[in-house]
Design a protein around this ligand. Structure first.
Ligand SMILES: Cc1cc2nc3c(=O)[nH]c(=O)nc-3n(C[C@H](O)[C@H](O)[C@H](O)COP(=O)(O)OP(=O)(O)OC[C@H]3O[C@@H](n4cnc5c(N)ncnc54)[C@H](O)[C@@H]3O)c2cc1C
Length: 368
């Protein structure tokens, strides 16, 4: 079987890797360079923020993926020579006003969350601002370093004989014959395949829109800053009122992120930089004297309630979508890819694919 995957983000590259490993011939088509959009720009927390506030379909994908990430990171390092730096340093959440719900959710979802007090908090994070008396602690949560993950994925698929990578190649059209998709147009040139998977992140709705299918996926900008800190200033992912700091192994600290509905505008803004810096410094005053090394923005593929679309496009044979992973594309990726593989190859899926299907969600739902 020949498959085209449109989009070389984490979802598209992971899908290409898995299909090739299952013996499927893949052409991965990317308009720019692989792994340079949202999948590069994100924070790489391997958990939804406040996971108990999400619906069961998001939890199902996240839980399966979290169990799989260790194995994936090791395999990718062996295949590519790039360590994606999966680090299980835990997630500390301050000022959680629905903590009882969180603890109940953790108990029923085989997840580990506990309330910790002052002594434990400052043992874990000695540089945290003074006066924090209580926090919610999820010790098993980790993070992965996005640029390294996408580089590892890229190198892994590059060495796969069954994968052809076309970069700098924009898919401009889907080619269909008698209700069946048979390929795509890449700037005037035709590329044919038995099945086509749209994994084009925030841009996925545009391609489907061109054939009259309304997929409610839209770009949601997120800005991020990077402090050039020394190791030990921040040791865990720390989250407060929706904003977070994430330490990397070399000491650098990411602070994010904004949630902005500004279309495809990927510009960074000074007010956002200031806001993120202020929040990070409020959490960790030592950052006040730390240079900000980088400031960037990425476009998340926003979808209603954060539930991705993974399935075949109704009434158009051979056309599939895996998009709309919104704020959780990295943590949801392994399970999403496995669901799509099972649909393409007619295998059993470890996660019930039904909630992610397109049939009932194209017409009635809209991005919040
Ligand atoms: C600031 C920020 C913080 C985040 N933090 C986290 C986090 O901590 N944890 C987490 O799990 N997730 C996080 N996310 C979300 C996560 O990064 C995304 O959900 C995920 O990267 C989406 O992956 P993707 O492959 O669908 O999209 P992308 O990485 O955007 O890839 C889509 C690709 O498709 C290509 N493309 C588009 N149109 C075409 C076309 N017509 N032809 C060819 N190629 C095309 C694009 O160029 C792009 O490379 C964050 C995102 C941002 C922006």
């Amino acid at each position: 079987m020949k498959t085209i995957i449109i989009g070389g983000g984490a979802i598209g590259m992971m899908q290409a890797r898995e299909l090739a490993q299952a013996g499927v011939e893949v052409t991965l088509i990317e308009k720019g360079l692989c792994g340079q959009e949202s999948s590069w720009a994100g924070g790489g927390i391997v958990s939804p923020l406040y996971p108990w506030r999400y619906s069961e379909p998001v939890t199902a994908l996240a839980s399966w993926s979290q169990g799989y990430y260790g194995n994936l990171a090791e395999s990718l390092e062996a295949e590519s020579g790039v360590d994606p730096e999966l680090t299980r340093h835990g997630l500390m959440m301050l000022s959680v006003d629905d903590q009882a719900k969180a603890l109940e959710w953790a108990a029923t979802h085989k997840s580990w969350a506990e309330q910790i007090e002052k002594n434990e908090i400052y043992k874990l994070e000695p540089n945290l601002r003074e006066g924090v008396c209580s926090a919610l602690w999820m010790p098993q949560v980790g993070s992965i370093r996005n640029p390294r993950l996408v580089r590892a994925l890229y190198k892994s698929i590059q060495r796969e004989p069954l994968v052809t990578i076309l970069e700098g190649s924009t898919v401009t059209e889907l080619i269909s014959r008698s209700g069946k998709v048979v390929g795509v147009k890449v700037e005037g040139r035709e590329v044919r395949a038995d099945k086509v998977v749209i994994a084009a992140g925030a841009w996925s709705g545009d391609l489907l829109g061109s054939i009259g299918v309304k997929l409610p996926v839209e770009p949601v900008r997120g800005q991020m800053i990077l402090f050039k800190a020394k190791p030990g200033v921040v040791n865990r992912v720390v989250l407060c009122d929706g904003k977070y700091v994430i330490p990397r192994r070399d000491g650098r600290i990411l602070a994010g992120s904004t949630l902005e509905y500004v279309g495809y505008d990927k510009q960074t803004t000074e007010p956002a930089k200031q806001l993120l810096a202020d929040i990070a410094i409020d959490m960790f005053p030592a950052l006040a004297n730390t240079p900000i090394e980088h400031h960037w923005a990425g476009l998340r593929p926003g979808a209603p309630d954060g539930v991705p679309f993974i399935g075949e496009v109704p009434d158009i044979e051979n056309l599939f979508v895996s998009a709309g992973h919104f704020r959780n594309g990295l943590v949801l990726a392994p399970a999403s890819v496995r669901v799509m593989t099972s649909l393409l190859l007619g295998q059993d899926s470890p996660v019930d694919p039904e909630p992610y299907g397109l049939t009932k969600r194209l017409v009635s739902s809209e991005v919040a």
